[in-house]
Structure formats: C-alpha cells, structure tokens
Design a protein around this ligand. Structure first.
Ligand SMILES: [Zn+2]
Length: 98
C-alpha cells in the first residue's frame, strides 16, 4: 500500500514536471507504471471490509463512522459531506502541532 502510494506520488510529480517544463512524458510509460501500481493495490491487504462486504466511512468533521458499500451523501450526525474510508490506512499524516 505504502509503496503503491509512493509510486503514485512520484508518477504524479513527473506528470506535473513534464507539463511545467514542456518536456513531455511517454504515455506508454505512464500506462505501464499505472499498471504496476494497480497490481500493488490489488494485492494490498490494507482494505478490510466489514461483514457483508460493507466498508466504513469516517466523517471528516465529527468522526462518525458510517457503514455501507458507498460513502453516504451526508453525515447522519453533523450533515458533513466529506468522508474518508476508515478501512484504508489514514492517507493524511498528522502534523506534529497540537
Ligand atoms: Zn459528521
């Protein structure tokens, strides 16, 4: 999972760089790299679905966890609309502050 995210970040950086410098990038190289990242993600055990194939979605605002196959349109507690998949490794690194 971590390796896949790192490679994805690196690829995105290369794409931005290619755009900014006008150097361009080989589409086939991008496709190949994406294919390998996809394989890594497919093999990743990081996602642990709840029973019944449901996932967990945590409200970004209040932390309420909602079970379902897809993120709800609104948080039942606070009405928030931003969720992250609680089954997946927290993608945002907590800052040292606080
Ligand atoms: Zn909420």
């Amino acid at each position: 999972m971590k390796e896949a995210l790192e490679r994805l970040d690196a690829l995105m950086n290369r794409l931005v760089e290619a755009d900014q410098t006008g150097a361009g990038i080989e589409p086939l190289h991008v496709a190949s790299e994406l294919g390998q990242i996809r394989q890594l993600l497919a093999e990743s055990p990081a996602v642990i679905p709840a029973k019944g194939g449901q996932k967990h979605f945590r409200c970004e605002a209040c932390g309420t966890v909602v079970h379902g196959t897809d993120a709800p349109s609104r948080c039942p507690t606070c009405g928030g609309t931003k969720f992250f998949a609680a089954d997946i490794e927290q993608p945002f690194v907590e800052s040292g502050a606080g």
